[in-house]
Each structure stands twice: as structure tokens, then as C-alpha cells.
Design a protein around this ligand. Structure first.
Ligand SMILES: Cc1cc2nc3c(=O)[nH]c(=O)nc-3n(C[C@H](O)[C@H](O)[C@H](O)COP(=O)(O)O)c2cc1C
Length: 223
């Protein structure tokens, strides 16, 4: 009996470790991506403490302690988010829906799709799995999402209504097929009510690290 219990406990530990590793893949050593699940968030905030306040040039990081929070269904926003985290030397954290979006849910071409219905329902608030730990410790939040029918996906509304942005600088960014960021970020700012929201930026899927670095340098002047 004891042996069976021991084998079970080793197996469970192995499964947990695999899960943690799969949501902690960063693009550079100092960048940690995680989901909002509490367990993995700890590793993100621990790494962030060590890396985000002082850059590797030894200068103070203009963003203070920063976090990139993003929602992404097909990976484009995630790629951009991880590039931002890498260049800004901070952690990244994925907003994960309790109910993941299937390909049918994302079908742009039908009014029957979940995405279409949610975007056409101003009160839709898809549930988020997990939460950001150590939220109060962040000075700057980069917040990224794909444009859905010219707006931020409703799950971003859930997010901004659930966190207190007081005292934080918020830097929105989005990806899209071709649309600009339009009013999607200011709509989120209105829902959030607090925080100093900087004008948002739209990135193409092809954006590279040099472009991101130049964008961050330009932002320095405006925060
Ligand atoms: C439901 C849905 C609606 C979309 N609406 C727009 C849109 O209004 N304008 C646009 O340029 N792209 C639109 N797109 C394309 C996405 O914004 C684009 O592919 C984005 O980069 C995907 O990001 P992700 O891979 O991080 O999910 C839409 C995509 C989906 C699935």
C-alpha cells in the first residue's frame, strides 16, 4: 500500500512539473511566460523581482516593475507579448478563459460563432481561469489582445473590471489582420476607470524585436 502511495505521489509530482514547465517558456532567460494560474504565477513574479527593476545596462528600468498580460487564441498576440517581455525584461502572463475557444468559436464568418455573439453582447464577460499574484507590486502593465470585430475580446473587459489599476501605467497593444487599434483600448480604459492609460499600439504579426525595442524607447518619453 505504502509503495503504491509513493508511486502515485511521484507520478503526480511529475505531471505538475510538466504543466509548470509548459507555461513557463520564455524567449530569453529573464522572461517568463505563465498563465494566470496561481501556481505558475509565483515563478513569474519571483523572476520579475530580480530582473525588471534594473536593466542589464545597469540603468533603472523606466517601466519600474512591469508585467505583460495578454490574451491570444492563435498565437500572434502571444508572440508579440513575449517579444515585449523580452525587450522590457519583465514577465509575461496569459489570460486564459475557463472555457477555451475552439476553431468554431472563432469563426469570423458566422453570426452563430461564440466570438461573434460575445462581441455583439456588451454585457458578455467570459470567465478567466486563475489570477495574477502579487498584482499590487507592479508599476506598469502592458496589456495585449487580438482585435475581434474592431474591439478587444470581451474577456479583456472581464480582466480590466476585476483588477485595480490605480497608480499603474497601462500600455495597451493589439494584433489584427489589418484593423488599427481604433477605440478598443480606450473602451477598456473606460471600463477600468483607474490607471494612467497610454495610447495603444497595433502590431502586425511580422513585428520584430528591433521594432519592439524602438517602440519601448519611444514610450519612455511618454510615461
Ligand atoms: C472572431 C475574430 C474577429 C476578428 N476581427 C478582426 C477585425 O475586426 N479586424 C482585423 O483586422 N482582424 C480581425 N481578426 C483577426 C485577428 O485580430 C488576428 O488574426 C489576430 O492577430 C489574432 O491574434 P491571436 O493569434 O493572438 O489570437 C479577427 C479574428 C477573429 C478570430
Amino acid at each position: 500500500m505504502k509503495l503504491i502511495r509513493k508511486i502515485m505521489s511521484v507520478a503526480i509530482s511529475a505531471i505538475l512539473l510538466t504543466g509548470l514547465a509548459s507555461c513557463s517558456a520564455g524567449t530569453r532567460n529573464e522572461t517568463v511566460a505563465s498563465t494566470l494560474a496561481n501556481a505558475s504565477e509565483h515563478s513569474a513574479s519571483a523572476t520579475n523581482k530580480e530582473t525588471s527593476e534594473v536593466s542589464d545596462t545597469g540603468k533603472e528600468n523606466p517601466f519600474g516593475k512591469a508585467l505583460v498580460v495578454y490574451f491570444s487564441c492563435t498565437g500572434t498576440t502571444k508572440d508579440v507579448a513575449l517579444k515585449i517581455a523580452s525587450e522590457a525584461k519583465c514577465s509575461a502572463c496569459e489570460i486564459e478563459p475557463v472555457k477555451p475557444y475552439t476553431a468554431d468559436d472563432l469563426n469570423y464568418n458566422t453570426k452563430k460563432s461564440r466570438a461573434y455573439k460575445e462581441q455583439n453582447d456588451a454585457s458578455a464577460r467570459p470567465e478567466i481561469s486563475g489570477s495574477v499574484s502579487d498584482w499590487d507590486s507592479y508599476d506598469t502593465i502592458f496589456i495585449g489582445y487580438p482585435v475581434w470585430y474592431s474591439k478587444a475580446p470581451r474577456i479583456l473587459c472581464t480582466f480590466v473590471e476585476n483588477y485595480d489599476f490605480s497608480g499603474k501605467t497601462v500600455i495597451p497593444f493589439c494584433t489584427s489582420g489589418s484593423s488599427g487599434i481604433g477605440s478598443s483600448a480606450t473602451e477598456l480604459a473606460e471600463l477600468a476607470k483607474q490607471g494612467k492609460w497610454i495610447n495603444g499600439t497595433r502590431f502586425a504579426a511580422s513585428v520584430n524585436s528591433k521594432d519592439i525595442s524602438e517602440w519601448l524607447n519611444a514610450l519612455n518619453g511618454s510615461i
